[in-house]
Design a protein around this ligand. Structure first.
Ligand SMILES: [Zn+2]
Length: 129
């Protein structure tokens, strides 16, 4: 399908949160909207009651606000392998699954997938102007 458009500050936040929690797995919620063929990610939110662990991370879906404009979830793979697991895809929420891999240095450390596990193109948009 689509492309995933990341605001620059969303990219930076994803990398920083993942780096901060390493070697545990980070998980965050992605707020945004769909614009024609793109899914635009506008905001990173820490999930309520998150648990960060080695090889797993989870949160309480029932604690999310009702009006939540959730377009997807991002989590890190401290292993550095940017491939979603079967569990990742089965438990996917929203339209896009983002995986952030070590060493969390730049755009090339982020991969995006749709619910069928197909890799999506990532565009980084600078926030200014
Ligand atoms: Zn995973």
């Amino acid at each position: 399908m689509k492309r995933v458009v990341l605001k620059k500050d969303v990219l930076v936040a994803l990398l920083e949160i993942s780096r901060h929690l390493h070697p545990n797995e980070a998980i965050v919620l992605l707020r945004g909207r769909e614009v024609e063929q793109d899914i635009v990610l506008e905001e990173v939110l820490l999930a309520p009651a998150s648990v960060y662990g080695k090889g797993f991370s989870e949160f309480r879906l029932d604690m999310l606000p009702m009006d939540f404009s959730l377009v997807g979830v991002a989590h890190s793979h401290p292993s550095g392998i940017p491939i979603p697991s079967v569990e990742d895809l089965n438990n996917m929420i929203g339209k896009v699954l983002i995986i952030v891999v070590a060493p969390y240095s730049n755009k090339s450390c982020i991969a995006a997938y749709n619910s069928r596990g197909e890799c999506l193109q990532i565009i980084v948009e600078s926030s200014g102007g």
